[in-house]
Design a protein around this ligand. Sequence first.
Ligand code: AMP
Length: 283
Amino acid sequence: MKTIEKINMIKREIADLKSQGKRIGFVPTMGYLHEGHLSLMRESLKKTDITVVSIFINPTQFSPKEDFNQYPRDMNRDSAILEKEGVHYLFVPSVQEMYPEGYRTYVEVQGLQDQLCGRFRPGHFRGVCTVVVKFFHIIQPDLAFFGQKDAQQAAILKKMANDLDLDVQLEVLPILRDEDGLALSSRNVYLNPEERKAALVLSRSLNEARRLIDRGERNSAVLIQKIQGLILSEPFTRIDYVEIVDMDMLQAVSHVKGKCIIALAVFIGKTRLIDNTIVHIKE
Ligand code: AMP
């Protein structure tokens, strides 16, 4: 595996690979890798000739009060994991490399960026879109892999790629969970044992909603209330939102129909976790 820090260096490598007709797969991450990340890389390794993984904790997607400085980092461990997986390139630019002095250009996807997490993290998706579009220009991937764990991010990036006629196909892969149901996240390391136990209510409440839907419940308000009740019955919980939205435009739906996402963001103590589940009603 080659580790590259400079934009002009990776561009040179990519140009060379492209001239040989290689298909490039790209997996952007913020590091502190877990099996969820690895599932994306394995798919890329399967579907493309060359897999590029980036590790970049992107400051423009964090607000000043968020955990940019505390975000877990372990480059040696991550690098060893990627090497073992057979990833070809690790791109690790510095903040200065990505946003040099005087940087002024940002990308937004209007309409989709303001609901769900966008309501509580203003500017977050602008930061995500900006860094991802920069990466796409630098790495020129044929395929890029993202997790359904960040459902809103996936929907926004798909819209961005479509609106900007980008020559990259986005693949969104399912959420990987621990055996007890907790969605894997780099931020799970913030949880103490009691908080981790309480955090299981997120997947449990989504499963309960699915069960109610299987039994015929369609009313979003009823489903949301059930989820909120379960979450608030656990200690350390504070809800940012529980919403049911359509899959493409992320607009709230009064009744579950077609393809919807039940999405939630909840603080467990000081740690903000997100989770979601896709519901597909075929009637
Ligand atoms: P992050 O490092 O948290 O920015 O995540 C990098 C990529 O991994 C994003 O596309 C995430 O959606 C994806 N990802 C994070 N957690 C999971 C998970 N539990 N299952 C599948 N993909 C995930």
